[in-house]
Write a protein that binds this ligand. Structure first.
Ligand code: NAD
Ligand code: ISE
Length: 339
């Protein structure tokens, strides 16, 4: 079976995923594209022989669309995901699932009413080889119970449009999701403190930020978000357990010795760092649809959890750094919870 995908939003990541679905993932094709920027949609569709639709609703209803990929701006995600659920079609939504907890819960309720999982959220780090190996080590009990996690998420620079709250909503959200999955534990509180700000930032931005999270079992997480670090794109994660620790490997890079220095290159931006993870994410998503199975990746509930946790972090940042309790509803049995 060839899974025919309709893409809503043909910006940077939409185009990258169209290329991925066309050139890298087998048993799938992109048959439909829409974007509020019609010229952009036409250009992206022409490259792969897809049809252009006037709106997300029209694309979702099309007979030659088996599954929907939402890669438009965050505030538009809820509308498109809800229309895919109403049509009973699998939908992959780039992060965030929605920008408010209320919209995330509307999606959760619509999916529960449908009675079967349709939604997957684009938290691709769960598909990264390094994180998957870390999870195997933790789950096997090789380091004992996890106690502390140290993380860093560094970007060389960000544009002026990047705001202080985006450090949580756009950047730390990846750690928030992957750590919930890695530790199989829920984050219950968030605190954001701000050290001396870097001179290499736009005036309005708080950068760097230190985020502190606590999980239900008492694991403490510290995350440095530094989006103007200048030197490269650098993702670090180290989990300290009762008997040992496990650390995320750096991306493969040859070691060079020259002019009295030994070292290896650091990636310059985030686009290449998780390229293989994106490929695996889409291979698994398409294979599941082709097999008639429910998605196994990050769920609508995970999208909701990420949004309420980032909201708590933003609240802490904007109130001067108190510990903020995460206001999360109990997890329904539909998503593996007790309720
Ligand atoms: P972008 O601005 O390059 O593209 C967004 C596109 O959506 C634009 O072409 C815009 O015209 C279109 N659009 C906006 N509203 C629309 C609507 N109602 N219907 C159809 N099209 C609409 O942004 P981007 O960098 O491609 O990001 C898109 C989404 O992907 C964001 O939610 C972002 O957070 C997410 N993203 C995820 C990752 C990741 O690492 N997983 C990386 C980058 C972006
Ligand atoms: C961007 O939106 C991403 O998703 C990247 O993975 C992240 O590193 C970057 O900070 C975000 O702005």
């Amino acid at each position: 079976m060839t899974v025919r995908v309709g893409v809503i939003g043909a910006g940077w990541i939409g185009q990258d995923h169209i290329r991925r679905l066309t050139d890298t993932v087998t048993a799938t094709e992109v048959t439909a594209v829409t974007d509020i920027d019609t010229a952009r949609a036409e250009e992206a569709a022409a490259r792969v022989g897809a049809r252009v639709h006037a709106s997300g609703a029209e694309l979702t209803a099309a007979d030659d669309v088996d599954a929907v990929l939402v890669t438009s701006w965050g505030p538009t995600h809820a509308e498109h995901v809800l229309s895919a659920i109403a049509a009973g079609k699998p939908v992959f939504c780039e992060k965030p699932l929605a920008t408010t907890p209320e919209d995330c819960l509307r999606i959760v309720e619509a999916e529960r009413a449908h009675g079967r999982r349709l939604v997957q959220v684009g938290f691709m780090r769960r598909y990264d080889v390094g994180y998957r190996q870390m999870k195997e080590v933790i789950t096997a009990g090789n380091i004992g119970d996890p106690l502390i996690v140290h993380c860093a998420h560094r970007n060389p620079t960000v544009p002026e449009s990047y705001t202080s709250r985006m450090a949580a909503q756009d950047t730390a959200v990846h750690e928030i999701d992957v750590l919930r999955w890695l530790l199989d534990d829920e984050i219950v509180s968030a605190q954001v403190i701000t050290p001396r700000a870097t001179a290499h930032r736009h005036e309005h931005l708080r950068d760097p930020q230190i985020m502190l999270f606590e999980t239900a079992s008492g694991i403490r997480i510290d995350l440095e978000v530094f989006v103007n670090c200048q030197y490269g794109y650098d993702i670090q994660c180290e989990t300290v357990g009762e008997r040992g620790l496990v650390r995320l490997p750096d991306p493969a890079a040859v070691a060079v010795r020259s002019e009295g220095v030994s070292g290896s290159a650091v990636l310059r931006d985030w686009k290449g760092r998780f390229a293989d993870a994106f490929d695996t994410e889409f291979r698994e998503w398409i294979a599941g649809i082709a097999a008639g199975e429910e998605p196994t990746g990050p769920s609508a509930w995970d999208g909701y959890a990420a949004t309420v946790i980032t909201d708590a972090a933003v609240q802490s940042l904007e109130s001067g750094g108190p510990v903020v309790t995460v206001d999360m509803k109990p997890r329904p049995a539909f998503y593996g919870g007790a309720e």
